[in-house]
Design a protein around this ligand. Structure first.
Ligand code: UD1
Length: 343
């Protein structure tokens, strides 16, 4: 049985990936310092997967803590590295928090991989590295544009760090560039847990429909798109989690062809903000109060993935629709409201 370390394993994408890896028979060890999540997520993972993985509460950006903790682990075959701060606005206000946490933790983990180069390493990157791409859909060869935020810059530098380290120390890694992950596990036992006012569209939609927020502000109605609102590629988080399992297997089977392979993870279809609202209302029967508001600074007009490389090389593509993602996000929102003990 292969052992996989999932960093940020109690976070949104980490928890869904942990479930998929457990279901595929991996020995999963989670590490998470609860910076932006809650310990109860472990109960949700256990309820779905039928096993309670080991969870260690370690700050991966603390060299002494990592030094003390690493020898307590069983031999690690692969690392799926999610642990990172991810709020764009906060990163502008507190850039050093982002550089320190995101880059330091990655460097400390890669030092461990360098010592045992047969270890697989999966890196969470983002379509934010493309900025407003000139050509749509966006393929992996699309130019990397100067980052709009320190958060985005940590993803760009993270990819460069990975390239340099993989070449120098002879290990193989995969960087996965996510488009917009949404939805929740269909069991409603795990999902996104935004603390405070959500910045991302779908948690704001579900909280508004639940009456927690008065109305959704649709940022911008004058974009050059089919209905004037911005276009994104919304991918169901369980599809995204499955892609991690496939990419990990590719590394463990030693079938990757370059030191660092890069894949876009999206559906290939762009949806406008108004189409997301329609999908939500159609799939849930709920009503969403919304109004137009000015554009949000830093937002791109349109971004959606060219999925050909992931389909051809990984043999992976998304299976779940936007409507399913909306229904799952809504079921999760209701679970959060109704539950006091399990989140
Ligand atoms: C954002 C980040 C991106 C990060 C991703 C993680 C920015 C500029 N980008 O992407 O770097 O990787 O989250 O999930 O923050 N919208 C509204 N009203 C709202 C919220 C959003 O109209 O209350 C619109 C936005 O203008 C955008 C779309 O919904 O057109 C999606 O927004 P969001 O979920 O925040 O994702 P991104 O901005 O694409």
């Amino acid at each position: 049985m292969k052992t996989v370390l999932v960093t940020g394993g109690l976070g949104y994408i980490g928890a869904h990936t942990a479930v998929v890896l457990l279901e595929r028979g991996y020995n999963v060890v989670l590490v998470d310092n609860l910076d932006n999540t809650r310990a109860e997520v472990l109960d949700g993972i256990e309820a779905i997967a039928g096993t309670r993985p080991r969870w260690d509460n370690v700050d991966l950006s603390d060299p002494a803590a990592v030094e003390a903790w690493w020898p307590t682990l069983p031999p690690v075959d692969g690392i799926v590295h999610f642990a990172a701060h991810k709020a764009v606005g906060e990163s502008v206000a507190h850039p050093l928090k982002y550089y320190r946490n995101n880059l330091m933790s990655q460097a400390l983990l890669l030092e461990r991989v360098a010592q045992k180069p047969e270890m697989a390493f999966l890196f969470s990157s983002s379509c934010t590295v493309y900025g407003q791409a000139e050509h749509l859909p966006i393929a992996e060869g699309s130019p990397i544009l100067p980052a709009e935020s320190p958060y985005g810059n940590t993803k760009q530098i993270g990819e460069e760090m990975l390239q340099d380290a993989a070449r120098a120390y002879g290990f193989s890694a995969i960087a996965l560039r996510y488009f917009n992950p949404i939805g929740a596990h269909p069991s409603a036992r795990i999902g996104e847990l935004p603390l405070g006012v959500p910045q991302n569209l779908v948690p704001f939609v579900t909280q508004t429909a639940a009456g927690i927020r008065p109305a959704l502000s649709v940022f911008g109605n004058d974009y050059p798109t089919r209905d004037g609102t911005a276009i994104r590629d919304y991918i169901h988080v369980v599809d995204l989690a499955e892609a991690h399992a496939v990419a990990l297997e590719r590394l463990l089977n030693r079938t990757s062809e370059e030191p660092v392979e890069v894949f876009n993870l999206g559906t290939g279809t762009g949806s406008t903000v108004l189409e997301v609202i329609q999908s939500f209302e159609r799939s849930t029967g709920a009503t969403l109060p919304w109004n137009f508001a000015p554009r949000r600074p830093g937002d791109v007009v349109a971004a959606y993935a060219d999925t050909a490389k992931a389909e051809r090389v990984l043999g992976w593509k998304t299976k779940r629709t936007l409507d399913e993602a909306m229904a799952d996000a809504w079921r999760w929102q209701q679970h959060v409201l109704n539950s006091t003990s399990s989140i």
